[in-house]
Design a protein around this ligand. Structure first.
Ligand SMILES: [Zn+2]
Length: 414
């Protein structure tokens, strides 16, 4: 099986280190309901995880919940509620919606706020090793000039004319600089401050994920995934933190899901150009149809989401569903006595479909192509069912094959 590794910018054969694949996916920042662009990433991560399982690997999937971040604290303050209350509310929304989209649960959902001590220790380790420094205010920064590989993931070479410190956690591509790891609390206004060996304060986003991923998956693990907007700076910074702290390789395969545009434009709350799952459910689409729509474009291609596309995919899923019901009927009480030649044809069709499924999924998870081929098999069987020429054995065989493919894609009710 080959997958595209952002780190090497090439398709590589997937060879996990141990028996269990360590799979870390950056989870949501819980201050509002995720939009469908976020869910595109989570749904693709689910398909990739399921396919690894289909290939026989055991998976340990960890997804963090970012409940401790500038944006959560800011939103809570704006709304006049406690940050924890706000975070728990949207964590619940996220988990419920993700499940409704047919995604398997991660084995662990560590919350940042419950791992503060580990994060403080990690920052301390970097201070001790000379990779980080405390500024005059007591905040801790990572010194990117001391890490020669900085920029390797994003292929971005920082120009370090003058030492630049970036204390905001959400900065842009042109803003490479020493990034913040730890924020010293001067007054306990937000309540999000902890007493740690590093002092009274709270961690910044970029130290959260490396601390939690290494705690749950070890200092080296196989796959780290997220949206493409995480490549720089979040994942670049994660690599710097983890590699400098441990001296080990950290992650073997970095995978990223490209942006989703809404009607050709970047989704932006302030411009009102946002769609959340609830909007689509309200329009009468099922979560499964939304899942199919989000999978209809390969994860490494940018997807333009429009209602026209949503409608087209939903109709397709319904059509295949109706066809499947007829095949199911034939499997239950099909009276047609098929001959050996017809059964052999069904077997061949099923084998072809599975081969096609594995061939395409082995090539960096080409699920959109599989979705079309899955239909071919169903349509073929349905064609025979309609003229009452589908035997019971053939129907069962087709259903078994479709079930196997659907255990990865999970876009059909079967
Ligand atoms: Zn992360």
């Amino acid at each position: 099986m080959k997958l595209f590794n952002t780190y090497s910018r090439s398709k590589e054969r997937f060879l996990p280190k141990g028996k269990t694949v360590g799979f870390y996916t950056c989870g949501p920042t819980v201050y509002a309901p995720p939009h469908i662009g976020n869910y595109r990433t989570y749904v693709w991560e689910d398909v990739i995880r399921r396919y690894l399982g289909h290939c026989g690997w055991k998976i340990r999937h960890v997804m963090n919940i970012t409940d401790l971040d500038d944006i959560v604290l800011r939103e809570a303050k704006k709304k006049g509620v406690g940050w924890k209350r706000l975070a728990r509310k949207y964590e619940k929304v996220f988990l419920k919606e993700k499940r409704s989209l047919g995604c398997l649960d991660a084995q662990a959902y560590p919350r940042a706020s419950e791992h503060v001590l580990g994060m403080a220790r990690l920052a301390q380790k970097l201070l001790r090793k000379g990779h980080a420094y405390k500024d005059e205010k007591g905040d801790v920064y990572f010194d990117i000039s001391k890490f020669g590989l900085y920029g390797k993931l994003s292929h971005f070479s920082p120009v370090m004319k003058a030492k630049k410190k970036i204390s905001r956690q959400d900065y842009w591509q042109h803003e490479a600089g020493d990034f913040i790891l730890w924020i010293k609390c001067r007054a306990n206004g937000s309540g999000a401050c902890w007493n740690t060996p590093l002092g009274y304060g709270r961690p910044a986003w970029n130290i959260e994920c490396p601390a939690m991923s290494m705690k749950y998956l070890g200092e080296e693990f196989d796959i780290h995934m997220g949206g493409t907007d995480n490549v720089f700076s979040h994942h670049e910074n994660e690599i710097a933190v983890a590699k400098c702290a441990t001296g080990k390789g950290f992650v073997r395969y970095w995978m990223h899901v490209k942006h989703l545009l809404l009607n050709g434009k970047k989704m932006s709350k302030s411009k009102g150009n946002v769609i959340v799952l609830a909007d689509l459910l309200q329009r009468g689409y099922s979560a499964r149809e939304v899942r199919a729509a989000l999978l209809s474009v390969h994860y490494r291609r940018r997807m333009n989401f429009t209602l026209a596309r949503m409608e087209r995919i939903a109709q397709y899923v319904r059509r295949v569903g109706t066809a499947l019901r007829r095949v199911e009927k034939a499997a239950q009480k099909g009276a047609y006595a098929e001959n050996a030649r017809e059964l052999a044809a069904a077997k061949r069709k099923g084998k072809d479909a599975l081969e096609c499924f594995e061939y395409n999924m082995n090539d960096d998870f080409n699920a959109p192509h599989v979705m079309l081929h899955c239909c071919n098999l169903v349509c073929w069987a349905d064609g025979k069912a309609k003229i009452r020429k589908l035997g019971r054995k053939s129907a069962l065989l087709v259903l078994k094959t479709v079930r196997e493919m659907n255990s990865v894609l999970n876009v059909l009710e079967i």
